[in-house]
Write a protein that binds this ligand. Structure first.
Ligand code: SF4
Length: 230
């Protein structure tokens, strides 16, 4: 357990993806409790609703699928839900890598699967979230999880992700930063970047005004100028 963080202060694991995208966006949602639905967030919710069924279990020969599995990592002080965990029955030399499951024969390895509405991104923000889920599963079930998958709605297929050491270190760095910002309760300033165009909090964030220190008098003069044009 992370001795510096009380269980009550554990943060939502899914937030790590927001934090990796933009720490300010994460803080606006998780500290200031601001959220704005957009077409993209609604589509994402619908995709998740189709996946999220906590009572769903599916068995196909040597594959066992569990949906909406709750996870927690004491090391990262994060908790959340994994969309899908796919267990695979292993035998022979691979059996040493697996774990036993209640009321199931043999030994099983697993991989997490995350569902996203869009398409693969150039930044590794989705991979970071998947890796945090895998790290939580490893901690809870005492198993190694070397890879996972992300299903993208726009391309309608899974992309395999190797959960390497670099990704794991990034998860540790981001979760520790999230906890620092959460403890200080200071929303980071905006950094105007290409992703701002896609951000559902653009209006509330006002990155053009908040991406650099603005003197109050300059701000008021700018506002007066805007109003006088009306
Ligand atoms: S508008 Fe840009 S800076 Fe502001 S929260 Fe969204 S992504 Fe971050």
């Amino acid at each position: 357990m992370n001795p510096e963080i009380a269980v009550d202060d554990y943060l939502l694991l899914s937030g790590i993806q927001h934090f990796a995208f933009c720490p300010r966006q994460w803080a606006l949602i998780h500290i200031e409790q601001l959220w704005e639905e957009s077409d993209r967030t609604i589509e994402g919710k619908i995709l998740h609703e189709n996946v999220d069924d906590p009572f769903f279990r599916e068995k196909r020969k040597d594959i066992y699928i569990v949906r909406s599995l709750p996870v927690v990592s004491n090391m990262l002080a994060l908790y959340g839900i994994v969309d899908v965990v796919e267990f695979t029955r292993v035998s022979g030399t691979e059996a040493d890598l697996g774990i036993k499951l209640p009321r199931k024969r043999g030994r099983w390895t697993l991989k997490p699967i995350e569902y996203k509405r869009g398409h693969p991104k150039t930044e590794s923000i989705d991979e970071v979230q998947l890796c945090a889920q895998a790290m939580a599963l490893e901690e809870m079930l005492k198993i190694s999880v070397d890879s996972g998958s992300i299903y993208y709605g726009q391309i309608k297929r899974r992309v395999e992700v190797v959960l390497n050491e670099g990704l794991r270190q990034e998860v540790i760095r981001l979760s520790s930063e999230m906890h620092r910002v959460f403890k200080e309760r200071i929303t980071p300033p905006a950094k105007l970047h290409n992703g701002c165009r896609m951000c559902s909090l653009m209006e509330k964030c006002q990155p053009k005004l908040t991406d650099k220190p603005v003197s109050v008098s300059k701000y008021i003069n700018a506002m007066i100028e805007e109003v006088s044009k009306l």
